[in-house]
Design a binder for this molecule. Sequence first.
Ligand code: G6P
Length: 362
Amino acid sequence: DAADTEKGTYPHFMLKEIDEQPFVIRKIIQEYQDENDAIKLDADIRKAMKKVDRIYIIAAGTSYHAGLVGKQFLEKLANIPVEVHIASEFSYNMPLLSEKPLFIFISQSGETADSRSVLVKIKELGHTALTVTNVPGSTLSREADHTLHLHAGPEIAVASTKAYTAQIAVLAILAVDTAKAKGIALDFDPLQELGIVASAMESLTDQKEEFEAIAKDMFATTPNAFYIGRGMDYFVVQEASLKLKEISYIQAEGFAGGELKHGTIALIEDGTPVIAISTQENVNYSIRGNVQEVEARGAKACVISLKGLDQDTDSFVLPHVHELLTPLVSVIPMQLLAYYAALHRDCDVDKPRNLAKSVTVE
Ligand code: G6P
């Protein structure tokens, strides 16, 4: 669709693509739903998933961060152990493989050379590969045994946004489908829960001024920033910091809240921005303890929490969605914070320095 590659009224592709996320989630629901409202998925993929004893997720950049979330779905719902690997590391330092491995390549473009080199190697070893991509005709799609399509439409901005949420949504569907194929009873309907997510996303993209204000307050002049989270939120803060680094050039790291005290907290000074995400009930108390620890050392903290776990002092409260799917909503403020930080610092949002949309060299 030619219109998809136009900015329309948007100043940047990144903002347009952030806004498209609720529509992408609805499109995914539609594409992966049969006429009885059950999951529709290629029978060959179901068969392949059913017989594996371990899954190896291979990806780079933002797709790697989506893989960290996908692992939780596959382990918690489908009961399959999962390892998530950075493609460029796996290539040169292959771990001991299980007896019946399956490789899932997550790649927006389907062209990332680091991932392809792993694909070539594991195909030589005779293993099965499934590619989750936004470009079905891409190299990684053609060379794998199976493909799951993200249906996110062209992603033009170098910093990936809608592909990340699409990857997580598709992996949730895949995990539940696999669980069902294995006879595991679940009280989690991903298609229905994703519908709730789409509406929640919309309410967030409707409140951009809130995130613009937070970005101005937190990132106007700072040389660095820290993001903290635990459990599911730890994966999202890693993506949040990558987003900020990529487009605003602010040095940022995403840390596991409990790990701060083992080194990183030494970097906290008066006014250091620390953004915390709290969407998981089991760690809500402990992440708030970590926020107090950094505040006691002068940090300027901003807590973004899930409705039901929120406290009065939180900077923003996210609409409630299923606990497993919180990355799909908590990442939206993170994308918008990075966007506005870059905008206010006069950075080239869609084409950051030194980066390419798809890296086809190793
Ligand atoms: C490049 C892009 C990143 C992207 C990564 C993986 O480095 O700048 O935004 O996450 O490649 O790309 P892929 O197409 O494999 O998801």
